[in-house]
Ligand binder design. Structure first.
Ligand SMILES: Cc1cc2nc3c(=O)[nH]c(=O)nc-3n(C[C@H](O)[C@H](O)[C@H](O)COP(=O)(O)O)c2cc1C
Length: 170
């Protein structure tokens, strides 16, 4: 089976999830892993299965992901397709799906939340302050406390495995 995993990632979390997915699916499939911030993905028509991933920033998914779905809508409707998101507020996942994707775009393998990370050490400039502020709003801990990990979001490997199993068992 020929599989496209096309994603965008700002600080590496979505890229890491895409890599884990590719590693699991690559055992018995041909995988094209494409960072859409670096190059465009080929048209969906070339693949049996298309997986699209984006992180959420300021409640939005990336413009490259939106564009790919718009440009390939008909081809995607005819094949195995899934979308996954990485976000700092997994509780808002349904809201992101509702607001960020066309109502008539219903990927056959569904929408998936792979969790997210809020790691100030991976972020530069003003965004570092924002990540620290989000962390402290979640934890209630001191603004500068970058060591606390108690209730912070993380990648959810089980959700990645669930999607890869779903694809392999079809
Ligand atoms: C500037 C900025 C804005 C963010 N905005 C949101 C947001 O609106 N909603 C959310 O759930 N997470 C938000 N996050 C958290 C990211 O989705 C999370 O850190 C994710 O793991 C980033 O994935 P990436 O490294 O692949 O870009 C934001 C993070 C940053 C740095």
């Amino acid at each position: 089976m020929k599989i496209l995993i096309a994603y965008t990632s700002k600080h590496g979390t979505t890229a890491e999830c895409a890599r884990i997915l590719a590693e699991r699916l690559g055992v018995s499939n041909e995988i094209d892993l494409v960072d859409m911030k670096k190059r465009s993905a080929d048209s969906a028509g070339k693949y049996d299965t298309v997986i699209i991933g984006s992180s959420v920033r300021m409640a939005k998914v990336s413009k490259q992901v939106k564009r790919y779905i718009k440009d390939n809508k008909e081809a995607l409707a005819d094949k195995q397709c899934a979308v996954f998101l990485c976000c700092g507020f997994p509780d808002e996942f349904e809201e992101y799906v509702d607001t960020q994707f066309p109502k008539d775009f219903k990927p056959s393998l569904g929408y998936h939340c792979f969790g997210g990370e809020l790691k100030p050490e991976k972020v530069r400039g003003l965004e570092k302050l924002l990540v620290k502020a989000i962390r402290s709003s979640i934890t209630g801990h001191d603004f500068e406390d970058a060591t606390y990990t108690g209730s912070l979001p993380e990648i959810i490997p089980e959700h990645i495995y669930m999607l890869s199993d779903k694809i392999m068992n079809r």
